[in-house]
Design a protein around this ligand. Structure first.
Ligand SMILES: C=C(O[C@@H]1C=C(C(=O)O)C=C[C@H]1O)C(=O)O
Length: 92
């Protein structure tokens, strides 16, 4: 296997881990959406999102990746809200 193939193998293994963790997060988002529906709460919680972004920038070890990590978590939260909207629409 050449170097590029070897590195891509490593990416494939990391993606597998990412998807497993993503599934766990989405299952929790699902439970949060059910709670919001039952308690008539809005999908967006700006304060919570800002706190998550702060935690990400504090906890990332390689500061070279800070901006990318913030972009990443913002995209994840966008996906989370889109999924919650879908669940809420299905209830109506
Ligand atoms: C999951 C929630 O809903 C929204 C999505 C968030 C997320 O994906 O982390 C955070 C805050 C909310 O804007 C929540 O309220 O906790």
């Amino acid at each position: 296997m050449n170097e590029l193939e070897n590195l891509r193998c490593r990416i494939d293994a990391i993606d597998k881990e990412l998807i497993a963790v993503f599934e766990k997060r989405m299952a929790t988002v699902h439970d949060i959406a059910k709670y919001k529906i039952a308690n008539n709460l809005p999908i967006l919680n700006q304060g919570r999102e800002e706190a998550i972004i702060s935690k990400v920038s504090e906890s990332i070890k390689n500061k070279e990746y800070t901006d990318s990590a913030i972009d990443f978590i913002k995209d994840i939260m966008k996906i989370s809200k889109k999924y919650q909207e879908k669940l809420i629409l299905e209830q109506k």
